[in-house]
Design a protein around this ligand. Structure first.
Ligand code: NAD
Length: 473
């Protein structure tokens, strides 16, 4: 059956529920309103938490195998609705349809892969008089707070680890992109007992309601560093466990020995995918001065060829930025091209159009102190900078409060590893960037986050650590 993408409701205790007040998101490609969605109240959240706590009692007693089976069946349902979910994602987020399909496909891979990771139970010691076992037990109720750039994969990347490890979960999509988040919860209804997997859409007050709620044991949050600080402060009141995946200002260091024709198409995609609204995009591109001019000329040619257009247009690679707030922020940052006397090698102007479109913009060797270097733009504007000395470029790459990702590009793998070893980031790559896997922990250093998601560490972040001592005598 095709997915109904006209009606959107919260999922509370296994039921689709509406609210007295509704609101709607906007299609960023044409600013037209998307359908109405619920605005959850404190009372809705209280009901969801009550249902989640009741469901946790039984769900936490099921085996990993039982949970895995339910999750695999859910993955099949998601897969059967890939096209509908991808079309909905393009309508709410703006990303081109093939990228939306990739996100949904990636999410399904995550749903199928995460529950194959074994959660260990370790016999620490087994002697005549005493046995000590270390194991992980579920926490209770998890709250998953999701941003608007990858509403499907980032939601399921929290939901599945929570459920698989025996918790119940309440997911809160961003008010900018609530649609897919609500539908993935609706599709889950037949697969999980009521209260295990719930979703609430709301306004700006719903996130703080979740972080404040005494009935929620853990918050997994992905979003900006500014909000992450607020989330942590709020969670401290009830000593909730927190995982924070926050902003980044990733550096990529290009060494003089690279094959320009090979790496430039990759680096162009890794700098401008999703209109650069990705936490781990290349946001500062350091190129060795001996190849700088040739690099910049070729890089600009490749980026110039990216087709800008609505997500539904054939061949579009650069869609609109996701929302008006982001568009205004970008316009303000673009104004620094003039106020800071920067040189745009490509783009630089934002003109009014029917959607929130911004042309990809490359800034030619701006000073390190310029805002476009210091801040995370989250819009398609990229500083390309010159470097000469290895120690100096490493220091410049590390001179950021953020530490999410960083990469080195070179044919000399030993040199690549040597530079990578000195980079202060949670994800370091040689000759690639933004590669992720459900089996690999993912998180940030410094202001880019606390804890990690995915892989075994991500799964056990939804658990208590428990040591069991059995005296035999
Ligand atoms: P945001 O911080 O504005 O919002 C994220 C989510 O938090 C939304 O669901 C929002 O409704 C909710 N929220 C807002 N205020 C809250 C509060 N006080 N308490 C609880 N929840 C609250 O971020 P955004 O603009 O949606 O996303 C963009 C940012 O997210 C960028 O900085 C980007 O780098 C970062 N990001 C990080 C990762 C990562 O994994 N590290 C991934 C994607 C995006």
């Amino acid at each position: 059956m095709p997915l109904d993408t006209t009606t959107f409701r919260n999922v509370i205790n296994g039921e689709l529920t509406s609210t007295a007040t509704t609101r709607h998101g906007v299609n960023p490609a044409n600013k037209e309103p998307n359908p109405e969605v619920p605005v959850a109240t404190q009372e809705d959240l209280d009901r969801a938490v009550k249902a989640a706590r009741a469901a946790f009692k039984k769900w936490s007693k099921t085996t990993y195998e039982e949970r895995r089976k339910a999750i695999f069946a859910y993955a099949d349902t998601l897969e059967a609705h890939t096209d509908d979910l991808a079309a909905l994602l393009t309508r709410e987020q703006g990303k081109p349809l093939d990228q939306a399909r990739q996100e949904v496909g990636m999410a399904i891979v995550w749903v199928r892969s995460l529950p194959t990771i074994e959660i260990p139970e370790t016999v620490v010691s087994d002697k005549d008089d005493c046995k000590i076992v270390h194991r992980y037990t579920p926490l209770g109720v998890a709250g998953a707070i999701v941003p608007w750039n990858f509403p499907v994969v980032l939601a399921l990347g929290k939901i599945i680890p929570a459920i698989y490890t025996g918790n119940s979960v309440i997911v809160k999509p961003s008010p900018f992109t609530p649609y897919c988040g609500l539908k993935i919860a609706e599709l889950a209804i037949p697969h999980f007992p009521p209260g295990v997997f719930q979703a609430l859409s709301g306004g700006d007050d719903l996130g703080p309601m979740l972080t404040d709620h005494p009935g929620i044991d853990k918050i997994s949050f992905t979003g900006s560093t500014v909000t992450g600080r607020r989330v942590m402060a709020s969670c401290a009141k009830t000593l909730k466990r927190v995982t924070l995946e926050l902003g980044g200002n990733d550096a990529a260091i290009v060494c003089p020995d690279v094959d320009l024709d090979k790496i430039i198409p990759n680096l162009a995609v890794l700098s401008f995918l999703c209109s650069s609204q990705i936490c781990m995009m290349v946001k500062r591109l350091y190129v060795h001065s001996s190849i700088y001019d040739a690099f910049l000329a070729k890089f600009t040619e490749v980026v110039k060829a990216f087709k800008i257009g609505e997500g539904t247009e054939d061949g579009a690679f650069i869609g609109p930025v996701q929302n008006g707030m982001q568009f205004e922020k970008a316009k303000e940052l673009f104004s620094t091209i003039q106020s800071e006397n920067l040189t745009a090698a490509l783009g630089g102007q934002i003109s009014e159009s029917k959607g929130y479109f911004i042309p990809p913009t490359i800034i030619d060797n701006p000073p390190e102190s310029s805002r476009v270097v210091q801040e995370e733009p989250f819009a398609p504007i990229l500083p390309v900078l010159k470097w000469d000395d290895e120690d100096d470029v490493i220091a410049r790459a590390n001179a950021s409060e953020s530490g999410l990702g960083a990469s080195v590009w070179t044919k000399d793998l030993e040199k690549g590893q040597r530079i990578a070893d000195q980079l202060e980031a949670g994800n370091v790559w040689v000759n690639t960037h933004f590669e992720v896997s459900p089996f690999t922990p993912f998180g940030g250093h410094k202001s880019s986050g606390i804890g990690s998601e995915w892989g075994l560490p991500g799964l056990v972040s939804y658990c208590n650590s428990q040591s069991v001592w059995v005296k035999k005598a």
